[in-house]
Design a protein. Structure first.
Length: 133
């Protein structure tokens, strides 16, 4: 994954997290309905599923924050050295809205590793989707 591809990748990951939120919002409504119909065990299951999904979403968003933090550091380092990365304007605006402070070199290496892992997970997911579809 090239530095210039990171903003687009993170946008994609955040959009996926948003889609997951939309998918699971019905679980809470269903749990409220089931509690009202005196079916607490079914409501518990809905709440458990919702919490698991939210945990996965939170984990994904935390990854995005770390990736963007590392990206911010890399862009700042390039700018300080006279280089300018080719970052689309729309992506840059979205990134600037959520970038935390720059990170250490050690953290940057961690971010690169996390990006690699995310790409592997996506490739595995794509492979499973292609096999089943």
């Amino acid at each position: 994954l090239e530095l210039d591809d990171i903003p687009r990748k993170v946008i994609s990951l955040v959009e996926e997290a948003h889609d997951q939120v939309v998918e699971i919002e019905g679980l809470l409504a269903a749990s409220i309905e089931r509690i009202g119909k005196n079916n607490p065990l079914a409501a518990l299951e809905n709440i458990r599923e919702f919490r698991e999904a939210m945990g996965a979403i939170d984990y994904r968003l935390e990854d995005c924050m770390h990736i963007l933090s590392g990206y911010s550091k890399a862009v700042a380092d390039l700018a300080a050295n006279g280089g300018q990365p080719d970052v689309p304007t729309e992506a840059q605006e979205k990134i600037e809205a959520i970038i935390p402070s720059p990170v250490s070199e050690e953290r940057m290496e961690w971010v690169k590793e996390e990006v690699r892992k995310l790409q592997e997970k996506k490739n595995e997911s794509d492979s499973r989707s292609n096999e089943s579809g």
